[in-house]
Design a protein around this ligand. Structure first.
Ligand code: BES
Ligand code: MN
Ligand code: ZN
Length: 517
C-alpha cells in the first residue's frame, strides 16, 4: 500500500478524485456554510446533530452533490489526538463504514477538517493500513482484488496543510508509522496462518526471506542436530511428540557499531499447542495456532527494522516447534536437562512455552546482550490478570521496565508491570529435579516468569512480556493483533539515541580521535 502526503483543504478536497474521502473532524471544528460543498455539508450535519465530533461517531454519504469522491465519510475524532484518530478510523473501517474496505475502494483520501496535530497524521497512516488488512492466505476468494495480499486499497492520500508537507517531523513520523504497520501486518499474517501452513520449517523460511531482503540482516537456522549439540534438552523435550522437526531461528540485524552490545528478542514459537500428554480440552483448541504469536512479533519487528534501519544491534531468537501428544512425547514427571545444565521436572507438558524459552534464554547469553526481552503467549493466568488490554510485563531491571512501559504507552500497545518477588518461586520446587516447570494455580503468570528468570544472569537486564491476552482476539473477530510489535519497535528506536554510530564518532571534533581518522 502506498501513502502520500498531499496538500488538501476542505475546499480542494471537494474536487479531489478518489474512491472514498474521509473527513476527520475534531471538536473545535467550525465549518462555514457556503464556503464550499464539504463545509456546507459539515455545517448542516453538525447543526442537525446528525453528526457528532465524539471519537468514532460517523456519517457515511454516497455521491453527495458538489464532491468528486463517490463515497464520503464524515468522521468525528474527539480531541483530535493520535489515540482519538486511531480509534475513530479503526471503528469506521471495521464496522459502520465497512465499504471503506470493499474491493471498489482502491484509492482513499483523508482530509482534516481542522488543523491536524502532527501526530494525528502518522496515526492515520498506521490505522488505515492496519484496518484494511484482511487475511486471504488460505481462502480462495479475496484474491485478485488488489495487490498481492488481496487488499483492495492500494493508495492512501493524506491531505495536510501545505506547511506540514515539508515538516520533517511529520514526514519522519509517517515513514515510521508505515514501516511499523508493515511489521504489525507481517506478524498478524504469520500468526493467523493455520498450524499446517505455519510449521517451524515455514517460519524459518519466512525469517530467511526477511534477512535476504533486508539490509544489515542475516539469518541462521538451527535444526534438530544443532539443537541437540547445543544441549537444549528442554526445547527438544517439547518437540519430541511431533512429526514436524523443530527449528531454532536466529536473526541478526546490525544497524550500529560491532562493539555495541545487541538487544536480544526471544519469541515463543509453538506453532501448535495441544498441551501434549497433559492435553487441552478441545473447545477453542484451534486458537492454539496463535501460540507462536511471540515468534510472529519478533519477525514483525525485523520486518520493520528492515525498512527503518535504526542505529541499533538486534538479535532475534525463535525456538519453534509443535507441542503434540504421541508415543514419543515427553510425559508428566519426566526430568530433562536444559542447555544451562539445570534439570527440570516436567510436571505438566502444557507448560511448554517456558521450556523452549529456557533454552533460548540460555543461548541468548552468548551474545553478551545489553538487554534480553522475551515475548510469549505464556499463560492463561495472564489473561485472568490483565485481560486483552495490557500485556504482562516482568523485569529484573527498573530502567528496562520503564523503557518498555513508556514505549508501550507511546505506541498505544500498553503493558503493565507485574512483580517478581522470590517468594513466588517457592512452588517451583521439585523432589526430583532442580526445578519443576509448574507451580500451583495461584499467580500463574508470575510463577511462569520466575521459572524463566532462573535462566538469566542476574546482571543482565531482562524483561518478559506475557502476551497471552493481547496477541489475538477470540470470537467473531478472531485473529492476530500484531501486538507487541508496536511496543518493541518503539523501544528499539528509543535505544538508538544512546548508540553512537560509527559516522557520528568520526565527525565529532574531539581532539585526538578526529585527527587520527
Ligand atoms: N499457550 C498456553 C497459554 C495460553 C492459554 C495462551 C490460553 C492463551 C490462551 C501455554 O502453553 C499453557 O498452556 N499454559 C498453561 C500453563 C499451566 C499448565 C501451568 C496455562 O496457562 O494453562
Ligand atoms: Mn501449553
Ligand atoms: Zn503454549
Amino acid at each position: 500500500m502506498n501513502f502520500e502526503l498531499h496538500p488538501l483543504s476542505l475546499a480542494t478536497a471537494c474536487t479531489y478524485a478518489c474512491d472514498a474521502l474521509v473527513v476527520l473532524l475534531s471538536e473545535e471544528v467550525t465549518p462555514k456554510a457556503g464556503a464550499d460543498a464539504l463545509s456546507t455539508l459539515l455545517a448542516h450535519a453538525l447543526k442537525t446533530k446528525d453528526l457528532h465530533t465524539h471519537s468514532g461517531k460517523l456519517l457515511p454519504l454516497y455521491a453527495p452533490e458538489g464532491i468528486a469522491a463517490q463515497r464520503v465519510v464524515l468522521l468525528g475524532c474527539g480531541a483530535g489526538s493520535a489515540a482519538d484518530v486511531r480509534k475513530a478510523l479503526r471503528q469506521a473501517m471495521q464496522s459502520q463504514a465497512a465499504f471503506l474496505k470493499t474491493a471498489t475502494v482502491k484509492h482513499m483520501a483523508l482530509v482534516f477538517a481542522n488543523a491536524p496535530q502532527t501526530h494525528a497524521v502518522a496515526a492515520a497512516v498506521q490505522t488505515v493500513q492496519e484496518a484494511s488488512y484482511h487475511y486471504t492466505a488460505t481462502k480462495t476468494d479475496g484474491h485478485g482484488t488488489g495487490d498481492a495480499k488481496g487488499r483492495a486499497l492500494v493508495r492512501v492520500t493524506v491531505g495536510v496543510d501545505k506547511a506540514l508537507l515539508t515538516n520533517s517531523t511529520v514526514q519522519a513520523e509517517c515513514a515510521q508509522a508505515a514501516a511499523l504497520a508493515e511489521g504489525i501486518e507481517f506478524a498478524r499474517e504469520w500468526a493467523n496462518r493455520p498450524a499446517n501452513h505455519a510449521t517451524p520449517t515455514l517460519l524459518a523460511q519466512a525469517a530467511k526471506g526477511l534477512a535476504k531482503k533486508g539490509k544489515h540482516m542475516d539469518c541462521t537456522i538451527h535444526g534438530p542436530d544443532e539443537v541437540a549439540k547445543l544441549g537444549m534438552g528442554a526445547f527438544m523435550a517439547v518437540a519430541r511428540g511431533s512429526k514436524e522437526p523443530l527449528r531454532l531461528i536466529e536473526l541478526h540485524y546490525k544497524g550500529a557499531d560491532k562493539k555495541q552490545a545487541p538487544i536480544v528478542l526471544v519469541g515463543k514459537g509453538i506453532t501448535f499447542d495441544t498441551g501434549g500428554i497433559s492435553i487441552k480440552p478441545s473447545a477453542e483448541m484451534d486458537e492454539m495456532k496463535f501460540d507462536m504469536g511471540g515468534a510472529a512479533s519478533v519477525l514483525g519487528v525485523f520486518q520493520a527494522l528492515a525498512i527503518l534501519q535504526p542505529r541499533v544491534n538486534v538479535i532475534g531468537l525463535i525456538p519453534a516447534c509443535e507441542n503434540m501428544p504421541d508415543g514419543a512425547a515427553v510425559k508428566p514427571g519426566d526430568v530433562v536437562t536444559g542447555m544451562s545444565g539445570q534439570t527440570i521436572e516436567i510436571l505438566n507438558t502444557d507448560a511448554e512455552g517456558r521450556l523452549v524459552l529456557s533454552d533460548a534464554l540460555t543461548y541468548a547469553a552468548r551474545f553478551k546482550p545489553a538487554a534480553i526481552v522475551d515475548v510469549a503467549t505464556l499463560t492463561g493466568a495472564c489473561i485472568i490478570s490483565l485481560g486483552a488490554v495490557r500485556s504482562g510485563l516482568f523485569a529484573n531491571d527498573d530502567a528496562l521496565a520503564t523503557q518498555l512501559q513508556t514505549a508501550g504507552d507511546a505506541a498505544l500497545d500498553a503493558c503493565w508491570r507485574m512483580p517478581l518477588d522470590d517468594e513466588y518461586a517457592q512452588g517451583l520446587k521439585s523432589n526430583f529435579a532442580d526445578v519443576a516447570n509448574v507451580a500451583g494455580r495461584a499467580g500463574g503468570s508470575i510463577t511462569a516468569a520466575k521459572f524463566l528468570q532462573r535462566f538469566i544472569a542476574s546482571d543482565t537486564p531482562w524483561a518478559h512480556l506475557d502476551i497471552a491476552g493481547t496477541a489475538w482476539k477470540s470470537g467473531a473477530a478472531k485473529g492476530a493483533t500484531g501486538r507487541p510489535v508496536g511496543l518493541l519497535v518503539q523501544y528499539l528506536l528509543g535505544q538508538q539515541e544512546k548508540t553512537p554510530t560509527p559516522e557520528k564518532k568520526t565527525t565529532k571534533k574531539t581532539a585526538k580521535a578526529s585527527s587520527k581518522s
